[in-house]
Design a protein around this ligand. Structure first.
Ligand code: AMP
Length: 548
């Protein structure tokens, strides 16, 4: 027997129409690429999103077509976030910090038909345009006619102006209702080996994620909040905040491209932000700015969420004690839409003193409602939740990926539907998870991935390098940075400068190792595999010690 409740598919457009109808005057504020502040409301944004659907239709976009974006956090990007899925197409956010080769690969792999881009990416567009011409028909510059740039494009590819198209479009459009399992958005994550892989979200997964993160012990946004996501919309859906704010009817404040300490400090105060979210590197920058400015305060910020990489204890202590701002710690992944855990206290923690609470906050937190998790040993047996045993962290839930884009459904999970995160963790008796290590061979610098294997492969292409290993070393600002350890070919010598020179043009500049160490040999296991763990332990503090 089925229940007798209305069967309404969970549609992303319903989140936007809710905001427009019930919180129509709530603001969406954006710092634009041109440097000014743009103000609109959820009602106006919904109206423009309808116009944008008309624009997309005019560009020949149909259901399931991929609509690429190369954009910062701003209102036009939010419009695309809603318009593309709203009409049944797919919003594909692209990380502009990747190397142009990876960006080209991602656009072609996704098969984007149209690319929306901000003017700040013009040099990148000039580089990639000839290589994406087989897929992308039009490039729409996310600007007004006054700031429309010139760009030579391959024959057949058009350069269009966002605002010109919107102004010419009509808004007579009704958001359609269709199967909630329909794909809504796509985001590539840089894997440990090989090329980036696409995570394809659905309307259903996005809505359930949005409801969950808005529960009180997770982000719990409210209509009176003013929310600034520093975490980019091009990476992990800005942690779902563009949807969660609309659902709550909160104001959304979009920081654009400048995420340095002084810019953040000014915008947080000027826009009376109450809640903000980003990676530790951003908060360390903000802290530095506050400390360097006598009398500086965060006038309205009540909560900062940090996630994306481990939270330095300094962040929690300094913001709490010096600025009266609570720092919440969260963990997630692109494959989890992204939120998996959030650190909110349980009754057992209420008696903790401030220092105890601050220590607790270093844990990544407990499962958001809807997510299940476990830790397992090498034999895939579940380990106890005693806060001591550590093992591979696995998760499952309705907003966890089951496969990567283009792969068969279910190919990213085991027979019981568990997804292996590549993180190593403990879980304590209260269900608080703490990441202790990572089994995936990657480095996370300032919240962005660097593939150690890619760096190793390039190093060994140097004629004087016999073997190479790249490991993550702790860094005070970026959390982790790559250190390259090389063994020269017998009878040859190699200098760090010579090795670094061969990376030129092959990887993004910020991927370059911070140090190159030449050694006589690298440690191996009995089966001849590199002992990365031993190297990680040895070089963990290398950069910190070097700077001291
Ligand atoms: P991404 O898909 O780029 O968001 O990366 C997800 C990965 O970032 C996770 O699997 C972790 O390795 C790492 N990560 C995310 N949040 C945290 C956190 N709070 N502490 C430590 N590592 C984190």
């Amino acid at each position: 027997m089925f229940g007798l409740m209305q069967q309404q598919p969970l549609m992303i457009s319903a989140v936007l129409t809710h905001a427009a109808r019930h919180h129509g005057s709530a603001e969406v504020v954006s710092k634009t690429v041109e440097g000014d502040i743009h103000r609109t409301t959820w009602a106006e944004l919904e109206r423009r999103a309808r116009r944008l659907v008309r624009v997309l239709q005019g560009l020949g976009i149909k259901e399931s077509d991929r609509v690429g974006t190369l954009a910062w956090n701003g209102y036009r990007h939010v419009e695309i976030y809603y318009a593309a899925p709203g009409m049944g197409a797919i919003c594909h956010t692209i990380n502009p910090r990747l190397h142009p080769d990876d960006i080209t690969y991602i656009i072609n792999h996704a098969g984007d038909s149209v690319l929306f881009a901000e003017t700040s990416f013009l040099p990148l567009l000039a580089t990639i345009a000839p290589r994406i011409a087989g897929s992308v028909r039009d490039i729409v510059m996310m600007t007004d006619p006054a700031h429309m740039p010139a760009l030579d494009l391959p024959a057949g590819m058009r350069l269009l102006c966002y605002d010109t198209l919107i102004d010419a479009a009509d808004e007579d459009y009704e958001w359609p209702v269709f199967d909630e399992a329909t794909a809504s958005s796509l985001c590539y994550t840089s894997g440990t080996t090989g090329r980036p892989k696409g995570v394809l979200y659905s309307h259903r997964s996005t809505l359930l994620h949005t409801f969950s993160i808005n529960t009180a012990d997770v982000m719990g946004l409210r209509a009176i909040d003013r929310v600034l996501p520093v975490v980019p919309m091009f990476h992990v859906n800005a942690w779902g905040i563009p949807y969660a704010t609309a659902l709550a009817g909160a104001a959304l404040v979009m920081p654009g491209r400048h995420l340095d300490g002084p810019s953040m400090h000014e915008l947080l105060n000027a826009e009376r932000v109450t809640f903000t979210a980003g990676v530790p590197t951003v908060w360390l920058g903000l802290l530095q700015q506050l400390r360097a400015t006598p009398g500086a305060r965060l006038e309205t910020v009540q909560r900062i969420i940090t996630g994306g990489s481990a939270c330095p204890p300094l962040l929690i202590e300094a913001f709490n004690r010096e600025y009266g701002v609570r720092v919440d710690h969260a963990w997630g992944m692109t494959e989890l839409s992204p939120l998996g855990t959030y650190n909110s206290p349980k009754p057992a923690h209420t008696k903790l003193d401030q220092a105890g609470m601050e220590r607790l906050m270093l844990k990544q937190g407990r499962a958001a409602p809807g997510i299940d998790m476990k830790i397992v040993n090498d034999a895939n047996q579940e380990l106890p939740w005693d806060g001591v045993a550590f093992g591979d962290l696995k998760v499952r839930g309705p907003w966890v990926a089951s496969a990567y884009y283009g792969d068969p459904d279910g190919s990213a999970v085991d027979a019981e539907g568990w997804f292996a995160t590549g993180d190593v963790a403990t879980i304590d008796p209260e269900g608080m998870m703490e990441i202790t290590d990572r089994s995936k061979d990657v480095i996370k610098s300032g919240g962005e991935w660097i593939s150690s294997i890619t760096l190793e492969n390039i190093a060994v292409s140097h004629p004087d390098v016999a073997e190479a290993a790249v490991v993550a070393a702790r860094h005070p600002r970026w959390d982790e940075r790559p250190v390259l350890i090389v063994v020269p070919v017998q009878g040859r010598t190699v200098t760090p400068e010579a090795v670094l020179a061969i990376y030129e043009g092959k990887v993004a500049k910020w991927w370059l190792p911070d140090a190159v160490v030449v050694v006589d040999e690298l440690p191996h296991t009995a089966t001849g595999k590199l002992q990365k763990n031993a190297l990680r332990a040895r070089f963990h503090d290398y950069l910190i010690k070097r700077s001291e």
